[in-house]
Design a protein around this ligand. Sequence first.
Ligand code: PLP
Length: 477
Amino acid sequence: MGCEMTTDQIFTDGVTVENHKQASHEYSERARRHLWLQMSRMGAYDESHEIPIIVRGEGTRVYDANGKEYFDGISGLFTNALGHGRPEMAEAATKAWGEMAFFPIWTYAHPNAIALAEKLASLAPGDLNRVFFTTGGAEANESAWKLARQYHKLRGDSDRYKVISRDIAYHGTTMGALTITSLEGYREPFQPLVPGAVKVPAVNFYRATEHADDFEAFGLWSAHHIEEAILREGPETVAAVFLEPVQNAGGCFTPPPGYWQAVREICDKYGVILVSDEVICAFGRLGTWFGGQKYDYVPDIITAAKGITAGYAPLGAMIVSDRLAEPFQDGDTSFPHGFTWAGHPMSTAVALASIGILEREHVLENVQANEGYFRESLNSLRDLPIVGDVRGTGYFWGVELVKNQETRETFGDKEAEHLLRGFISPEMFKRGLICRSDDRGDPVVQLAPPLISTREDIDFMVGILRDVFTDAAGRRF
Ligand SMILES: Cc1ncc(COP(=O)(O)O)c(C=O)c1O
């Protein structure tokens, strides 16, 4: 039995509303005319293939224009950590707006930005005490690369401009962040990018070509690739290394034991700045505030966004070590870089409220307590022949799908497209689960539910995965 969908019928994420009703249809038509969806093939929607319209959220659930309920298994792109409808967040926003509409943090400061910067410094590992706000993740990475370059210049190391990052990794879409990103599909239309991008292998143990039976040795081998790249390029030309604690794109690649420590040592040896991109991983996604607390390392810069406000307002941050900030404290030196909306009084107030809830409700502890249960539940799917690998940690998991469990044969590009966009995504959506199927590397289905999710929620998600994977395993794509 083949898949009935043709490539032309396949939608951006493979999801479309089936149960056409007037309200949803009208919204979809208005959206098609005027709303340019991000990262989407707009031509794939038409009169009878409606754009899903999400109109409201309640706790961990969201509802479409037809009133259908979905479990938000990807936390609204890794943002909605605390669920929808929290009155404390609305109160924090309203209070901030009552105090003032907006004032920039360009040469001025306001109490909410100060209090949040202080709080972030207290939560971040080591001497990461200086906070530079942005409005999102790409801007935070863009800022970190620029900061690294200027830092080296200020210290007389003026040839250090290159940046090392891992294959398949996603770090954002502005030109600098896109240069750090390694996904060719996103980069190719915009070439030439910023000069100086150097790529090293992703830490993909499931597909290891060396040390495939020894996770730790594989980690050291992977770290060694970073050292090799630095030596090949010339250490005097390398500004920074960007790594996520757990790499999202490709499907939740976790670091082997000793990997981060080895990378830290390499960066210190060659004077390279270590940036931990925690746009997804920070604020409890891994069960800790930051990746460094989970994997025992101290980077020079943390970039964060998404979960920092639990999705209630846009905000990003670059948290910088005292050592890196030091040359900028001198005389008339400045970091000539910024964004008008960075550190908005409302967004910073909302971020403080969100951190307050994470603390008061012991949300990180909830993630820690359920992490093992989540792992076991997903591992129980390994009896299905289409399940190749299960990897991740905390509330951040990926299931890699394969054609052959034994040989680990993966799906071809067209097959992966039919499998994920043509079948798995729409089937999950029909059954009330929003999650992510991703074919930017080998095909994976990812779960990153709100951090308040319970074991019943995990059962719900894994139950749907079992049904859909069982059906998928019986088809040809
Ligand atoms: C690891 C990582 N870095 C950076 C970004 C870019 O963040 P933003 O979309 O807020 O610019 C993302 C977004 O998904 C991300 O996952």
